[in-house]
Design a binder for this molecule. Structure first.
Ligand SMILES: NC(=O)c1ccc[n+]([C@@H]2O[C@H](COP(=O)([O-])OP(=O)(O)OC[C@H]3O[C@@H](n4cnc5c(N)ncnc54)[C@H](O)[C@@H]3O)[C@@H](O)[C@H]2O)c1
Length: 250
């Protein structure tokens, strides 16, 4: 019996990295999976891969920065599979690397719209569906950057702090209705985001702060997200789970 047997799960940012790994693990654990992303090719590929393994998955293109697209995504998910049990609201962007006063208005707005507004849009439309079916589990991808300051990434760090505030607030509001809401706080993880650009090159000592001496894999991080989505985590609510190889133990 899989961790998510008979559940319908949505993963945003599912075309790459942590979301892609989570979609595969969710399917392996028995869920029917909706992969949502702006990146069409990667999303179609992962959905096809899951179907090729005999599981159910579909890709739906949606921009998390657009409330209307998120609403339509949730509507289509429920039209397709009849319900929504688990959501990993995970799409995110790092934004530009610049000191706080040098962060452009465009960068600030884009990072906030995807990372913070996007997570709120997701919860805004997911929660009513979960209430209709008697409950659910939401995991919002924050970051350890949501727990400490990050030189030269003010918008990113602020957006990820915001995700934790949103998460705790919704957890307080919907716990009695059977919806658990948790945040995931990964440390440095090898993914599209960290490979495309050296977001950490401002701090050459970066890896030396990781107790395990290495970055995480998307699968290692995704496993924790899937567990949080599952009934095995039934008493975990309003929590910001650090998955960082010991970085925050410092
Ligand atoms: N990689 C890390 O070191 C790390 C650490 C902490 C937190 N995170 C967070 O994990 C999450 C996943 O990132 P990742 O590391 O897997 O990176 P990634 O770049 O591999 O994946 C992010 C995905 O989000 C999608 N996306 C971006 N903007 C979108 C939008 N507007 N609408 C829909 N989809 C969009 C991208 O197309 C991509 O497929 C992000 O929220 C990121 O901030 C990553």
């Amino acid at each position: 019996m899989g961790l998510l047997e008979k559940k319908v799960a949505l993963v945003t940012g599912g075309s790459s990295g942590i979301g892609r790994a989570a979609a595969q693990i969710m399917a392996r654990e028995g869920a029917r999976v909706v992969v949502a992303d702006i990146a069409q090719a990667g999303g179609e590929e992962i959905a096809a891969l899951i179907r090729g393994n005999g599981r159910e998955a579909v890709f739906i293109r949606a921009d998390m920065a657009e409330a209307g697209e998120v609403e339509a995504l949730i509507r289509r998910t429920v039209a397709l599979y009849g319900r929504l049990d688990c959501a990993l609201n995970n799409a995110g962007i790092p934004g530009d690397v610049a000191a706080t006063a040098d962060c452009t208005l465009e960068n600030w707005e884009r990072v906030m719209r995807v990372n913070l507004f996007g997570v709120w849009y997701c919860m805004k439309y997911e929660i009513p569906q979960m209430l209709k079916s008697g409950g659910g589990a939401i995991v919002n991808t924050s970051s350890i950057s949501g727990l400490h300051g990050v030189r030269h990434q003010a918008a990113y760090s602020a957006s990820k702090h915001g995700v934790i505030g949103l998460t705790k607030t919704a957890a307080l509001e919907y716990g009695k209705a059977g919806i658990r809401v948790n945040a995931l706080c990964p440390g440095w993880t090898i993914s599209g985001m960290t490979q495309k650009r050296e977001v950490h090159d401002v701090d050459p000592a970066f890896l030396s702060n990781y107790a395990v001496g290495r970055a995480g894999t998307p699968e290692e991080v995704a496993e924790s997200a899937v567990w949080l989505c599952s009934d095995r985590a039934s008493f975990v609510n309003g929590h910001a789970l650090i998955v960082d190889g010991g970085r925050m133990a410092l």
